[in-house]
Ligand binder design. Sequence first.
Ligand SMILES: C[S@@+](CC[C@H](N)C(=O)[O-])C[C@H]1O[C@@H](n2cnc3c(N)ncnc32)[C@H](O)[C@@H]1O
Length: 264
Amino acid sequence: MTTNTPIHDVVREHYAERIKSNASCCGPSNCCTNDSNLYPADLLATLPAGETVVSYGCGDPITLASLQPGQVVLDLGSGAGLDCFFAAKQVGETGKVIGVDMTPEMLEQARRSAKRLGLNNVEFRQGFIEDLPVESNTVDVIISNCVINLSPNKSKVFAEAFRVLKPGGKLAVSDIVTDGPLPEAVKQSLSAWAGCVAGAVEAQDYIGMMEAVGFTNVSVTPVFFDRETVDAALEDMRLDVKEYPGEDVYKAVYSAKITAYKPQ
Ligand SMILES: C[S@@+](CC[C@H](N)C(=O)[O-])C[C@H]1O[C@@H](n2cnc3c(N)ncnc32)[C@H](O)[C@@H]1O
């Protein structure tokens, strides 16, 4: 059975286009900016001065992950590779980082940047996060930044994440979730899906899907952004907010810090 769906096609085309035009891409709450205000200055300082690697994320899964030297890290939907590069610095030569993404243009850019940065402990694999090209029980920490909301089969993503984690392994994710249901018109919009809005599910459902596959100690903490940041992100969206008069769509949608564990 093929994993690919029409939603995957729309999302892949959207991100191929974004990376080719080097544009920011995605929905509310600062999802997908070209600047790096998502990360603390000391983390950014671990990249060489003047280095710019584009971010399409909505948070900072690296700080959330508390990585240790020697760990094996997997990034779900690694995009242009920024989180993988931060992780590679933190796990060091005795550790390893694997980025998985379905969009060839993202993988090419990530591999070029890894080479330029001289990072030998990071590898990018083409694949779906619903069908990970990774051995079972081999990963210490899974990170992901603004990707799981884009999947049409989130339960499968969590089942795969659980499969590849070692017992005791940690999931540390930044993602978009909602507080209440989205209007049907928004849920049906493919551009809103690619923009990290329509695919977002209620936080309670997100937690339920994780617990159903075996994750424990699941924690979801909202991250709020200032008005200026949200306005800038809305401007970036291809979605016309005026299409949905009277619907305060974007108040319902927020970025969250999510952690969970595979039991020992
Ligand atoms: C919003 S961008 C985030 C990229 C990166 N995590 C970052 O923070 O810059 C979403 C990325 O996830 C990838 N992606 C989306 N759905 C995917 C899926 N089902 N399987 C694999 N990759 C996927 C896209 O190709 C894109 O590179």
